[in-house]
Design a protein around this ligand. Structure first.
Ligand code: AP5
Length: 216
């Protein structure tokens, strides 16, 4: 099974993709995570894209498509992929279709998480993650069980994303509205697009996604 989780910045894509990947034994492919790790490792690609990420703009299609295609090729036998933050443009959506055909696969589900813009700002301004294992948290909605200690690995250092400041979030929202939202009709026409209310609690959103994936 292959699926895409779409939605504006802070809609909860990453949060849900981790849960779905674990529950359905899928490989999560997050282009945002891949790009941030390129920046962190100061690779050639990372140096090229750092400013783009800081500005909240989209990285050029050819770079993201080739990065994702290489990552997909690095897996031999998997039950399926869950695409987190990809595709984000019509060119990326067409390229993904082509890649799947070449691998004799298809896209089974596209989930669009719907959230209010006010919630987006609140979610992104409260988001932080473990500096060691990357587990995600929120000041209000998902605090570590023990204060200042990661639930997963026990580390005591956390960090915030540099693109979660209000100005960059505004640019990310513009990029979403102008370049990513227009891909929804592409999947609507294929009859595989489902809308999920992302304003519910994390567990309720997960339950709704599970119902869709299980065909209930
Ligand atoms: P990316 O990393 O993909 O960022 P994004 O799309 O802006 O999405 P986020 O990761 O910010 O949010 P999310 O929806 O995953 O929410 P989360 O689950 O963390 O991309 C970053 C940048 O990389 C882009 O701006 C672009 O420059 C570049 N890029 C990436 N892919 C690209 C591509 N394909 N093409 C071109 N450029 C690309 O949740 C947010 C917070 O809310 C968390 O703290 C969480 O705990 C909390 N939360 C989640 N769900 C709930 C809930 N139901 N209730 C309450 N709180 C919740």
């Amino acid at each position: 099974m292959n699926l895409i989780v779409l939605g504006p910045p802070g809609a909860g894509k990453g949060t849900q993709c981790v849960k779905v990947a674990k529950s359905f034994d899928l490989v999560q492919l997050s282009t945002g995570e891949m790009l941030r790790s390129e920046v962190e490792s100061r690779s050639e690609l990372g140096i090229e894209v750092k400013n783009i990420l800081d500005m909240g703009d989209l990285v050029p299609d050819d770079m993201v498509i080739s990065m994702l295609s290489n990552r997909m090729d690095s897996y031999n036998s998997v039950k399926g992929f869950i695409f987190d933050g990809f595709p984000r443009t019509t060119a990326q959506a067409s390229a993904l279709d082509k890649m799947l055909v070449e691998k004799h696969q298809k896209m089974d589900h596209v989930i669009q998480l719907e959230v209010d813009e006010a919630a987006i700002i609140e979610r992104l301004s409260g988001r932080f993650s473990c500096s060691r294992c990357g587990a995600g948290y929120h000041n209000l909605y998902k605090k570590p069980k023990v204060d200042k200690r990661c639930d997963i690995c026990g580390a005591e250092e956390f960090s915030r994303r540099s693109d979660d400041n209000p100005e960059t979030v505004r640019s990310r929202l513009v990029a979403y509205r102008e370049q990513t939202a227009p891909i929804l009709p592409f999947y609507e026409d294929k009859g595989i697009l489902k809308y999920v209310n992302g304003m519910k609690s994390m567990n309720e959103v997960f339950d709704n996604i599970k119902e869709i994936l299980s065909g209930r």
